[in-house]
Design a protein around this ligand. Sequence first.
Ligand code: PRX
Length: 631
Amino acid sequence: MNNYADFFRRSIDDRDAFWGEQAQLVDWKKPYDRVCNYDNPPFAKWFEGGLTNLCHNAVDRHLATRADQNALIFVSTETNVERTYTFRELHAEVQRMAAVLQAQGVTKGDRVLIYMPMIPEAAFAMLACVRIGAIHSVVFGGFASVSLASRIEDCAPVAIVSADAGSRGGKVVPYKGLLDEAINLSSHKPARVVMVDRGLAPMSTVARRDVDYATEAAKVQNAQVPCEWVDATHPSYILYTSGTTGKPKGVQRDTGGYTVALAASMKHIYMGEPGETYFSTSDIGWVVGHSYIIYGPLIGGMATIMYEGLPIRPDAGIWWSLVEKYKVSVMFSAPTAARVLKKYDPEYLTKYDLSSLKALFLAGEPLDEPTAKWISGALGKPIIDNYWQTETGWPILGIANGVETKASKFGSPGVPMYGYNVRLINEANGEELTTPNEKGVVAVQGPLPPGCMQTVWQDDKRFVSTYWTGSGANMMYSTFDWGIKDADGYYFILGRTDDVINVAGHRLGTREIEESISSHPNVAEVAVVGVADQLKGQVAMAFAVVKDASLVTDDAAARKLEGEIMKLVDDQLGAVARPARVRFVTVLPKTRSGKLLRRAIQAVCEGRDAGDLTTMDDPAALQQIKDQVAV
Ligand code: PRX
């Protein structure tokens, strides 16, 4: 079949036959009984009755044909380490890690939290967990103790795997203190903490809880740990993401559906062939890292590059030198990275032999046209935008060139990917919009295809109430994104409908940042909004009301308090969540019923019209924000 329209239609109209074919791309220990059980909407059980294992499909399956081919290529420009692991070596490392986890008491269904920098042991830990049926929850290394504590509390891990430190731009970022603090804050205490010591930062050890990975691994040098065959619906991992409330949601992923979805996407969307090299510049702490640094490429029999460092250090040519050296065929990054590179001479990209590269995929935030044109011109390669979410695990909108070559349109991530019955919904009445170029909420009619979230970890109710509307077979999943569809069926994404902001491709909840700032003893109230930024897409901007106005009577005093608040956010959530500015006002714009008018604040910050303000309690409040922004 080479007609995408037919391919797509079949994925919706003849769903089970379609996905049954895709399921042939992976190994099953026992075949499934049913492709999709959607008897209880919106809960979809994909490949029910089947037994499989994610690690088997990512690693063991390739031993027969490509044991001595590179599987994992680790490059750190932070510590100047470069190491490759063949599938055979990766297999041994993963078994060693699995044996260490088992020795710490980890068994099937237990949660293991992974708080790691971008080092091979992080990949070993993820693969080791799914190998033994344990459920991993990777927490981004840039998050600090309060973010980490809420995740420990929610997923109650038996063990945590971590490292002494990460490194960013040559600066060591110690992890252990943050981890100990997070465990202190959490009412759940993990039985064991496995520490990888990179020799970057000193660590204190908690007796009977902390163990050294190298010491434990040496005891199980030649460990043989077979894959635990799990039900297709067995959870493989939990990945927390931000939403409307301050409490992050644990996105729970299955095993069988995810394996099939990734295998299919490697073929139809990314077009990576076994034996080639995939380079995703994301971090394992984000969904792109899960799907397209670790699982997708390995399931596809590709070598995957794990890169620790910045795109411009030692110079802006570093990524492209890796493309040349390892003959990267598929590359995946975020628009922010392209905007960073745009500041440099295109010579940094072109001086390397990029002939192996087929395409550069960009996702995670809107791709602006000037950036897309610049990078496409500099590389002379197709630039392919794709749109998806932590919740979905793989693209919702994109271009499936592996099925049929289709033109991209600047500013659009493309058309609905097979399996996603995408609709545009009128926010007010829930009705479908059918006229081209009308703005609505991007939604997907259930069931979500394989690979998408099963539920919110231990909170089915929250899953249903947060994401779904309607009833029965008509239930509709909301992406919380605004969008339009043009007359050719291409979608354009216009930003979030909720309080989620996107800073340099990192998804953050403004409510979490507000909660953190509110914990400062001198802050009475605060509003955080996302404001458009040339480089990062958006930045967080905070407006706080202080308890004691005498603290901010002059500029120097305000700057001092602003510095304190920023440090507080750094310490609690991580520098990634730090607002670009904290400004002080005496009152925040609210409705008469007391709801913060975040959208009006955001509009004012971006120099736009604040819209309908008839419900506003005190018009002077918005004027204060205007005055502050004008300074
Ligand atoms: O608002 C959309 C934006 O990022 C959100 C999802 O972020 P996250 O859960 O971190 O998953 C990223 C997976 C790539 C979306 O709700 N977003 C993602 N991709 C795009 C995008 N906005 C515009 N264009 C995109 N290609």
